[in-house]
Design a protein around this ligand. Sequence first.
Ligand SMILES: [Zn+2]
Length: 585
Amino acid sequence: MLTSAGFGDVKLMNDNYSHISDVLHVPGLSTNLLSVNSIVNKDTIVLFTKDCCKLYDSDEFQVRGKVLAKAYPENGIYCLNTKVNMTQSANTATKDKINTKKKNHKCEKSCINTVKNEQVASTQQVDEQLLWHRRLGHLNRVSMRLLKKGLASGIDFQEQEDQSKKCVPCLEGKMTKKPFLQSKNKRSKRILDLLHLDLVGPFEVPSYGNAKYFLTIVDDHSRKVFIRFLKQKGDTYEAFKEFIKMIETETGLTIKTVRSDNGGEFCGKLFNEMLKQKGIKREFSVPYNPQQNGTAERANRSILEKTRCMLYDSGCNKRYWAEAAQTAVYLLNRSPHKKLKNQLPEEIWTGKKIDLSHIKIFGCPAYAHVPSQKRQKLDAVSKKYIFMGYSEESKAYRLSDPRNPSQIIVARDVEFLEEEITNKKESEKGFQLKDILPMSLNFYLDSHNEAMIPHEQNHEEEQVQNEGNEVPLEPDGLQQLQGNLEERRYPLRNRKQKEFPDFVTYSAMHKDEESEPVTYKEALSSSDKNKWKEAIKKELEAFQTNEAWTIVDRPSNKPIVKSKWVFKIKRDAEGNVACHRACLV
Ligand SMILES: [Zn+2]
């Protein structure tokens, strides 16, 4: 049992990785230990490979390739939710003593670290903060606090003391984060003065309505986002034409300018003529000018990220992506926006205060009342549906009948079973986040020329604000991938100190005494040189006894394969040195 003397910050003699905060000082420990779980909580990504372990800045890290397995942190331990294949273990048991133990060890969940975690089984409580985080499409913590403090009505939750909870969809999304720099463009003065347009797709799977693309329209003044789903790129013209008609009727105003990239869908003859006829000015974002179409691109990114999080969290079929994206837009329009000095886009658009009391978790089961005139005598009074979002027109809910998913019904009298989502364990979710919209974020970014991606501050980041003199944020896991950026505004050392897990699962080893030499020379100059010499002698003797070789003349026409010494320290079950082994390979 080792006791610590306190916390502190440590400076490292390393250009890129020069500072670690909240380091535990343990005088009794002979070697410095670095907990992977602690450093990943400080915006660092750790990658283990056969040859080395690399640390990356999470902003710059990108993952490609297939994920084979995932282990999620639970109180500092990464748990692989899988069962041990008993038959296989039994087969190999005779070869390996460790496997014999495994055979008898009936564990439902095999942990990468073998320390038992008594804290995991905690009582189930409704976490209102997490509930609202989910309802609001995994909104970051600062924006949630702003809404609760009066930016909107109908939202309330207790901020949790315990910040150790992690939201898996949010943590997952963080992997694909790319930095956006601050936008310097001035906001236009009036609604419909300027609209930003962009097209996203094609999606790998069509939605239930057979859409493969979506068109994003952002009003520059209010930052209100509109979304239209398209079966093909060529539908852009029709969709935008209808949008103009609808929006001009609704507002009584006319669109002045439209800005887009010069994608074919925005440059066709019909599209150009329609704008000309309406007297709408065109603006194109110039390729390689990163500042220009940033507003639409940031909105796309926020939509896609929210969509992914909500689909994953609900476990809904991924063909519901269009419904999820529509709900993402609804929620974005009701979240604080930094460019609006934290007002809500919908509030600017309507001039009315926003109420959030009707917001529910996307994808949760919902029972809708069936009106008596539509009911046969023995039919149930209510029917089970999946909650898909909100009807903007009639202040009602959009529900999907799982028996007929392409049909959406709109209902007012609905009862929600949100706890079916909140009580669901990660392991019960049938797919991985990357599977949901495999082409979404990465595809979207890749499909555009990298240089054209606006290196502006991202949309969600725009939605939060530095809260002045307030207590700095703790890493709480409730922050969305983008929202997580806000943490870095505060110096790490000023953050509230995070509790360290009360176990260390690394074997402390004194390097000078017990490390394994890499070369023959190193072995013979180490403090254990006599033990290594003995081991080398044993290996050579074994070759002789087994008559492993015969000495021949060196052939002149054949390449010579070199040999190498490999040195290993064998340990017993308690970790004590059992013997030194040298192998010539
Ligand atoms: Zn989340």
